[in-house]
Each structure stands twice: as C-alpha cells, then as structure tokens.
Design a protein around this ligand. Structure first.
Ligand SMILES: [Cu+2]
Length: 259
C-alpha cells in the first residue's frame, strides 16, 4: 500500500511539476554577501514543486536548510548537511499522503525496500490519514519519484484482486469464471486468502497448471494472505498444492496480465 500511496500522490503532484518554476536565488547576483534576499523574495509566489537554485563560486559559499530559530540566529547545522556544489537546487516539496485512517499507511523506505516491497517495522508507519513528509534533501528522491511516475503510470491505478472474492482461495470454486472479464494489469496484485495450513499457493507454468504438478514445497506461499504482484505481462498460472485440491477441487487459477 505504501507503494500505491506514493504513486497516487505522484499522480496528483505531477501535473503541478509541469508548471513548476525555477527561482534563481538573487537573480543574476546569485547567492552571495550583501544582497537583500528578503527584498528579492518579496512578491514572489513560491509553490510546491518549484525549485530554488543557489548559484555561487564553489568554495566561496554554501547552503544549509535550517528551521526558524536557526535562521533567526544564524545557527549552522553540521557541515555534512551543507550543499556545496555551486549550483544547489532545492525542490519546494511537501507531499501529503491522504487516505481513510486504517485503510492504508505510509512507510519511507530505501531503494531495495521499494524494489521488493519490504515493509519496515510497523512502529515506523505513518497512519494519521494525512501524513506529511518533508523532502529534506534536494535532488535524488524527487527525481526518482518523477522518473517512476513516467515509467510506471499504470501503477497509479493498480488494483488488488481478492482471488475468489469473499470465498477466498478454496476448493470447489470456479476460478476461471472468477477471472473472466477481469482486466489484470502490470502492477496489480493478487491476494490469496485462506486459513493457514488449509491451502497454499504455487506459481506454476502452463503444463503444471494443466496437470496439477506441484513444485517443491519450499516454493509454496503459505501465509494465509499471500500477495503476488503482477510484475510482468503474459500468462500466469497458480494452484494449491495441498492434497488433491488442484486435481479434484479445481483449486487453480490462470490469468493473462496486460501490460
Ligand atoms: Cu487447497
């Protein structure tokens, strides 16, 4: 759900980005001494998605983001937090993740966590329904968000399919009828729900599906709420490996995923 929330917020923010402006701080003077930056800022309309560009000769100046107190008293943060490139770009971005409380949550993750949907400890979840994340460092994070929004637009609308709907993953249910007419797309997820120990889920190939061939037990999903992300287009096959649930109980599912 974290992934989905990110993509949804991107879809909302992205149009604004198109119209985002760059503000060269200090205009042609750049970022320097003895310049009235308050006068410069006056009357300017800074919006989320706009960027501040701090330009200066490398080594002559730097840029720190500080809080109100730091600003008042010119308190310098640790040098490790300084921007020093001579053309530092700061995106004015404060995404808000909005959702019904209890329905979703938001995790901040790293690249690996993002790739593999690894959830951090629940104690780190934002759950208020209106979670505000300040992007404290410029550049990378925002760029990654934009690139993802371009590459995976389908993800914005990704759906969860509860396999078998309220019946869940069980025997004597017509999963082909269930799948019929449904539009499975890359980024959507299949949720297999069942009492733990009663069933399991194997991903198989077409032959395995036809003949109810069970893969090694080590490949089974067994959590009782197994979630499979439809990561690639094409035909996908799943079956239950418990007893004769597949062969006699018809507990198998074939779908085609559209890109
Ligand atoms: Cu089963």
């Amino acid at each position: 759900m974290a992934l989905r929330s990110i993509f949804i917020i991107l879809a909302i923010i992205f149009p604004a980005m198109v119209l985002a402006k760059d503000f060269m701080v200090g205009d042609y003077k750049g970022w320097t001494n003895n310049f009235n930056y308050q006068a410069w800022a006056q009357g300017k309309n800074f919006r989320v998605g706009d960027r501040l560009v701090f330009k200066y000769p490398v080594g002559m100046h730097n840029v720190f983001k500080v809080n109100g107190t730091g600003f008042q008293n010119c308190i310098k943060p640790p040098l490790s937090q300084a921007l020093t490139s001579g053309q530092d770009i700061i995106v004015l971005a404060t995404p808000v993740f909005k959702y019904p409380v209890g329905m979703h949550n938001v995790f901040k993750v790293n690249g690996t966590g993002f790739q593999n949907c690894i959830k951090p400890p629940l104690s780190q979840a934002l759950t208020s329904g209106k979670d505000i994340i300040v992007l404290a460092t410029p550049g990378n994070k925002w760029s990654i968000f934009i690139i993802l929004a371009i590459i995976f637009p389908a993800m914005v609308l990704a759906k969860d399919f509860m396999v078998g709907d309220y019946k869940g993953w069980t025997n004597n249910f017509n999963y082909q009828a269930w799948a019929q007419g449904k539009n499975f797309r890359v980024g959507d997820r299949l949720v297999f729900k069942y009492p733990v120990g009663m069933h399991n889920v194997f991903k198989v190939n077409g032959t395995g599906f036809q003949n109810c061939i069970k893969p090694p037990l080590s490949q089974a999903l067994t959590s009782g709420k197994d979630i499979i992300v439809l990561a690639t287009p094409g035909n996908k096959w799943y079956l239950c490996g418990v007893g004769n649930h597949c062969a006699f109980g018809g507990q198998k599912l074939a779908i085609t995923v559209q890109s």
